[in-house]
Ligand binder design. Structure first.
Ligand code: PHE
Length: 339
């Protein structure tokens, strides 16, 4: 008899339930009017006198085990996190989490986005694996155009139509195909060129493209916008535009910002000239507008493209572009706290 009660105690202690209904069934089975405990109590009168004491104690143990179990399960089902004590004291201070750092490319990218968003530019993106149309043909670079050689292209497997984009200008095309003017957008992203890897160049890097298309957009608008940008980005607003050539802009220019020659680093960075080249730009060639479904009689626009990596190297005086993709923590941790 006593052994049977002890088996019940073990069972009660091992019991667990997922639902309130299961707890209630359990309660009725043990503590209900016709439950196991009452049945056992009813046996009490048949127990020989010398065993009555032990019987009574054991049965009381079973009763409190069953009562505790019901109380504990009910509480934990009603308030699963706290009452069960499973998660300890929830008001305790947490463990400190080690702070990471933003990557210098992300820092510079974010600054550029912030600066242009203040004058109404939105952010757009396009795929890194492109087709010939968006990377070349629509941008006024038909097949066999010599300017295609300027950009050593990675082709995907053997299909000459599919390639890794060589510049973010491909996003201009995609954006104009899908949106009518007024257009004010910047497109940051990674680009690829089949170049030898060295301290100064890599086979992948990052650009930000800018595109503004509307009625009566002029070269003066372009220059004002660039001046605003260099002032905000570098704290310097003296710029110069050198005539250049890109197939998708006419006229085209290379933008230099006057960095100054105050320190030895300035001399080094600017090769003694005081000027730093920061981007290419120009008025969108009407052919490009037409290719993308925009009326070139009605609208004009400007575009520019700059290298994020290059700007990060300049701003942080980083001597080797490879550091930007090696993910050496000793390098990355230096940018802790820079937002
Ligand atoms: N796509 C050009 C490059 O990668 C940069 C550029 C963009 C020039 C837009 C003019 C206008 O060099």
């Amino acid at each position: 008899m006593i052994d049977t009660i002890k088996e019940h105690i073990a069972k009660v202690e091992a019991f667990s339930a997922e639902t309130k209904e299961a707890v209630e069934t359990f309660r009725i089975a043990y503590l209900g009017k016709k439950g196991i405990l009452n049945q056992l109590f009813a046996e009490f009168k048949n127990v020989p006198n010398e065993q009555k004491k032990e019987f009574g104690q054991t049965i009381n143990q079973l009763k409190s085990a069953a009562t505790d179990k019901v109380a504990q399960l009910t509480a934990s089902l009603e308030n699963p996190l706290e009452e069960s004590g499973k998660y300890g004291d929830l008001t305790r201070p947490g463990n400190p989490v080690a702070l990471g750092a933003r990557h210098p490319i992300s820092i510079v990218k974010k600054q550029i986005i912030d600066i242009f968003s203040r004058i109404g530019f939105n952010v757009s993106e396009g795929p890194e694996i492109e087709d010939d149309w968006h990377n070349f043909t629509a941008l006024n670079l038909p097949e066999y155009h010599p300017a295609r050689d300027m950009q050593d292209t990675f082709f995907v497997q053997t299909d000459p139509d599919i390639l890794l984009r060589t510049h973010t200008s491909s996003v201009q095309v995609r954006y104009m195909e899908n949106n009518q003017p007024p257009i004010r957008t910047i497109s940051p992203g990674r680009v690829y060129r089949n170049e030898a890897i060295s301290a100064r160049s890599h086979c992948f890097f990052h650009q930000v493209e800018g595109l503004y298309v509307d009625k009566d957009v002029s070269f003066a608008d372009l220059k004002q916008t660039l001046q605003y940008f260099t002032k905000e980005m570098f704290g310097k607003s003296k710029i110069r535009l050198r005539p250049s050539y890109f197939p998708f802009t006419e006229p085209s220019a290379e933008v230099d910002v006057y960095w100054g020659l105050e320190t030895e680093t300035d001399y080094k960075m600017t090769k003694g000239t005081g000027w730093l080249e920061i981007m290419g730009c120009g008025m969108v060639d009407p052919n490009v507008l037409t290719n993308c479904g925009i009326d070139a009689e009605q609208y004009s626009g400007f575009a520019f493209g700059m290298g994020i990596d290059r700007i990060a190297l300049l701003l942080y005086q980083i001597g080797d572009i490879r550091l930007l993709s090696e993910n050496d923590l000793r390098f990355l941790e230096q940018f802790k706290g820079v937002l």
